[in-house]
Design a protein around this ligand. Structure first.
Ligand SMILES: [Zn+2]
Length: 130
């Protein structure tokens, strides 16, 4: 029924199947065969999550061009939302951006960033950007 073809490297997946960590000292799963409830950092990020301070609980091992690769797995139930700016932080950012558009000479807020060299808008110093 399924048309998915398995890699013909039989035994490779078994090599990396060590859920109890007896061989690798850390719970280990083959590529594409990680248990549900675990995700890589990349997968967490795609879901708008981050590890949230907890250490990986397992690893995925696979071979890529004769090199052994590893990706660490984190528990989804311990993942936290990605950090978003608090209202106070957003306010501070907005204030900083506004300050960059405020002319130090005439005090007007311009729709563009004031050239750092002069600190004055183009009305005060025409061609100030040079
Ligand atoms: Zn000005």
């Amino acid at each position: 029924m399924t048309t998915l073809t398995q890699p013909s490297t039989t035994g490779l997946a078994v090599d990396f199947y060590d859920p109890t960590g007896t061989r690798y000292g850390f719970p280990t799963y083959p590529y594409l065969d990680a248990p549900a409830g675990l995700a890589t950092r990349r997968q967490l990020r795609a879901a708008g999550l981050r590890p949230g301070g907890h250490d990986p609980v397992a690893q995925i091992l696979w071979r890529h061009r004769r090199q052994q690769r590893v990706a660490y797995l984190y528990r989804l139930d311990l993942a936290a939302p990605e950090r978003v700016a608090t209202p106070a932080q957003r306010k501070a950012i907005a204030k900083a951006l506004r300050a960059r558009r405020t002319c130090r000479s005439c005090g007007l807020v311009q729709p563009y960033y004031i050239p750092r060299r002069t600190g004055a808008c183009l009305d005060c110093i025409p061609g100030g950007a040079q």
